[in-house]
Design a protein around this ligand. Structure first.
Ligand SMILES: O=C(O)CCC(=O)C(=O)O
Length: 280
């Protein structure tokens, strides 16, 4: 078995198992942050070129963040970050699985004046069951409650799949924070320095604060799924439909590379590139 580049202490994995989120400090150094953030900035600028709308003129969803997906498919430097073995190794340890594959990466840039991100669980968006799934939330700048820090409901990943939240419109009266399955637990804010990574389980209920600062809150996320996960439901999901994965089949194929154990070489981007701005 390959050694993890960053070996987690048992207290960290236990914390994640119990609470459904954890911070790993000092994963990226200043030089990493500079070059990776510049690469992500370039991709976001390219994909949003021509969109001159003020935040207030955007949809409620877009006011939460500018979302640009699958940047590893169009940028070699981002590919290096998304496929980094130190990150995939941490994901594997936290999920306590044999290996992980990439589900998706994305920039979530919350503009100055951007609204809060509505509380939700990630995993209910996708045709998965309760497969092991985890997100690395990677801030390129220091993040506080003033500029859009995340908050997580401790232990909420143990409540299973709750009702899906429509974060694209936010008109649904369902408030996941009032779901009886959470037993009144409240979100806990997590303020972090750039270089840290905040990890959350796919079923952990989370939200992000509004950005009251004058600068964009720049965050990149990588979502990993256990390499033994299967597609559980039939509804449309770009990554699975592009790879031709039918209900019940193992998740694998185009655009879904195994990242732990680390591949011999950086995975090639798919022939059929999945550029996307906005939810998909
Ligand atoms: O960064 C945000 O505003 C929300 C992030 C989020 O929901 C996620 O990473 O799953």
């Amino acid at each position: 078995m390959k050694a993890f580049p960053i070996e987690l202490d048992a207290t960290v994995t236990r914390d994640f198992e119990e609470r459904g989120f954890v911070v790993t400090p000092d994963v990226l150094n200043g030089a990493d942050l500079d070059r990776y953030s510049a690469a992500v900035d370039t991709e976001v600028a390219a994909r949003t070129a021509g969109d001159e709308r003020a935040v207030a003129d955007k949809s409620l969803y877009e006011q939460s963040f500018v979302q640009c997906m699958r940047l590893w498919e169009t940028n070699d430097l981002v590919r290096e970050l998304t496929c980094a073995p130190q990150l995939a190794g941490i994901a594997t340890q936290l999920l306590d699985v044999d290996g992980v594959r990439l589900w998706q990466d994305q920039a979530l840039y919350k503009e100055a004046g951007g609204r809060e991100t509505t509380p939700h669980q990630d995993q209910t968006f996708w045709p998965l069951g309760e497969e092991a799934l985890i997100s690395a939330w990677i801030p390129f700048d220091n993040v506080t409650l003033h500029n859009g820090a995340m908050s997580y409901v401790p232990g909420s990943h143990r409540a299973g799949r709750l009702k899906v939240v429509d974060i694209t419109h936010s008109t649904d009266p369902y408030n996941i924070l009032s779901d009886p399955a959470l037993n009144g637990a409240v979100p806990e804010p997590v303020e972090v320095s750039a270089g840290s990574v905040v990890w959350h389980h796919g079923l952990t209920v989370h939200q992000a604060a509004a950005n009251l600062s004058s600068a964009t809150r720049r965050v990149f996320t990588i979502v990993y799924v256990s390499s033994s996960a299967r597609r559980v439901k039939g509804w449309y999901a770009y990554p699975l439909d592009r790879a031709g994965i039918a209900e019940g089949e193992l998740i694998q194929g185009e655009g879904l590379p195994v990242l732990w154990p680390p591949p011999e070489a950086l995975p090639e981007p798919p022939a059929n590139i999945g550029i996307a701005v906005g939810p998909q």
